[in-house]
Design a protein around this ligand. Structure first.
Ligand code: RIB
Ligand code: CA
Length: 313
């Protein structure tokens, strides 16, 4: 009997973060969500921690939510209300969460949780800027070898940037934090825009969600309607990329994805390319591979999994 994988989701909800969290909470046979740790990103921390609690309540599951860092390690916070709306979770109006925020700071929780659980038993799933993770690694280096794996959404190579011509948002917001994580030696699986831009929603799928007739179905459809408008206008595509759910889908069905184990380093100096994930895809350097950099997804399989799991909530 395979035991579910213990994970901590580090998140900046964000409509796509919300779908990823719901997918994880709908999959208890494969995934045990120990906690959500909120970080500043798409919107400021007071909103990301509130949104995280709202999403947990919508799921009907009981998962603790911790608030973490409210700003990048060394830079001013850059947010993305233009994509996610003023609340960060614009779409269907949802009641204020009743679930209390945990008193412990998310970074302290990450450290305590990794020290308490058996080495190699906890996977970290960052869906936003890497500030919480990097701060925990910096404050308690002893936890680094205890992390089983980091499966994150961030970066871009062939697909280039979405917040600047060179950088993807999660990495761009805190490039110094990303550098700490990418140089940590923890086994990394990276879901860059190269793959998430192939996981586009469709009108049929959004209507299928609405057709579930459940609070989750209605929320996911409304979030996607809201979230899509920015990407379809920008890229001229029919649907929008559901970035963060790729991380959770990989944990459940890794065979949906394919990539290459390469070296990935982070630009932290040049203003022109700040936050770029420099992936040595063609292995032209001798830099040691440090990440499984995912380049493609079985899109239909991905949405089949999403539909099946979200219908459970
Ligand atoms: O660039 C996409 C990423 O930035 C996603 O995680 C989205 O939620 C935002 O955080
Ligand atoms: Ca996110």
């Amino acid at each position: 009997m395979k035991h579910p994988r213990k994970i901590i989701i580090d998140t900046d909800p964000g409509q796509d973060d919300a779908v990823a969290i719901l997918l994880a909470l709908a999959s208890p046979d494969e995934i045990e969500v120990l906690a959500l740790t909120a970080v500043a990103g798409n919107v400021p921390l007071p909103l990301t921690q509130r949104n995280a609690r709202t999403i947990v309540e919508l799921s009907g599951r009981d998962v603790p939510v911790f608030a973490g860092c409210d700003a990048p390690l060394k830079r001013k916070l850059v947010t993305a209300e233009h994509v996610h709306g003023k609340t960060g979770l614009d779409g269907i109006p949802l009641p204020d969460p009743v679930l209390a925020l945990q008193d412990t700071h998310a970074v302290d929780f990450l450290i305590e949780s990794l020290r308490h659980n058996a080495p190699g038993s906890v996977t970290l799933c960052p869906l936003g800027p890497l500030t919480n993770i990097a701060t925990a690694f910096d404050r308690a280096p002893d936890i680094i070898p205890r992390v089983a794996e980091i499966v994150l959404m961030g970066g871009a190579y062939f697909e280039v940037g979405n917040i600047t011509p060179a950088a993807e948002f999660n990495i761009y917001v805190d490039p110094e934090a990303a550098e700490i994580v990418f140089k940590s030696g923890v086994p990394l699986v990276v879901m860059p825009l190269d793959v998430t831009h192939k996981a586009l929603t469709s009108r049929a799928w959004v209507e299928e969600m609405r057709g579930l007739g459940t609070p989750v179905g209605r929320a996911v459809a409304s979030w996607t309607d809201f979230f899509e408008r920015f990407d379809t206008a920008k890229y001229g595509s029919e649907g929008a990329p559901l970035h963060d759910p790729c991380v959770i889908a990989y944990l459940i069905e890794p065979g949906l994805f394919s990539g290459r184990h390469v070296n990935v380093e982070i630009e932290t100096v040049s203003d022109l390319t700040l936050g770029m994930t420099v992936a040595d895809w063609w292995r032209v350097t001798k830099r040691a591979p440090n990440a499984l950099f995912i380049g493609s997804v079985d899109r239909d399989g991905f949405y089949r999994l999403l539909s099946e799991r979200l219908a459970r909530l």
